[in-house]
Design a protein around this ligand. Structure first.
Ligand SMILES: [Zn+2]
Length: 230
């Protein structure tokens, strides 16, 4: 194997390219020297940041495709697509994002993970809203969800990748944690509260509307729902 390829392969596994000892991942990102042998931890073929960002690109597209199919099938049972959506988000997070997060030092990593989690929560709630809105239209709901499912997932994964890439770059330049890294989770919490309020209002509104139709069977279901909501 070419010497520089061997070096880069070791570095990408979090080891020194010369003595193969485990080194701090943050040290690799900023291009420090090895603590043991003093060799440079910089990659010869391109930047570690790009290498991390490009990894798993094909997994993303496979994931979106699978979630599309899963959402279509689940779309025939009211609200079941929410389960597909949440499982899809969790799996893609592990496959695409977790490895990159490990390269950030602990403080920055916690903030980045928080930002991603909040984005994921907003996406999951958006999926609940879409599911509730299309629930009455059996058949058409499956088609809408087959499009909405992958789209919402892509917003999460691509958004989180953008968050990750930026922080890896800042880390590689040795920049300290910025105020923006704090403010994003804060703004997201505010957004989340807004979406929860909207969802509750939508569901309550829908139940009241159905109750006002005074169809006997629906009336029973809605009075049950209203009791359950109280
Ligand atoms: Zn070394």
């Amino acid at each position: 194997m070419d010497r520089s390829v061997h070096h880069d392969s070791l570095v990408s596994q979090g080891r020194c390219g010369r003595c193969a000892e485990r080194v701090r991942r943050a040290a690799i990102l900023v291009g420090d020297d090895c603590d043991r042998c003093g060799a440079s931890l910089q990659m010869s073929g391109g930047q570690m940041v790009d290498e991390l960002a490009d990894r798993h690109r094909r997994w993303r597209w496979k994931g979106y495709g699978l979630i599309g199919v899963g959402s279509f099938l689940a779309g025939f049972v009211p609200l079941l697509q929410v389960v597909v959506q949440v499982v899809g988000l969790l799996v893609l997070h592990v496959v695409v994002l977790r490895r990159g997060l490990e390269w950030l030092p602990v403080g920055r990593r916690i903030l980045a993970r928080m930002t991603m989690k909040l984005l994921g929560a907003v996406i999951a709630l958006a999926a609940v809203v879409v599911n509730v809105v299309v629930a009455p239209f059996v058949g058409a709901a499956a088609v809408v969800l087959a499009v909405a499912g992958p789209l919402l997932t892509a917003v999460y994964v691509e958004g989180s990748l953008a968050v990750l890439r930026r922080r890896l770059r800042w880390q590689a330049r040795g920049e300290p944690v910025r105020w923006g890294e704090w403010i994003v989770p804060l703004v997201m919490v505010a957004l989340l509260v807004g979406v929860v309020t909207l969802t509750v209002a939508l569901v309550a509104g829908a139940v009241q509307f159905v109750a006002s139709l005074e169809v006997p069977a629906i009336d029973e279901i809605s009075s049950f729902l209203l009791e359950w909501l109280e």
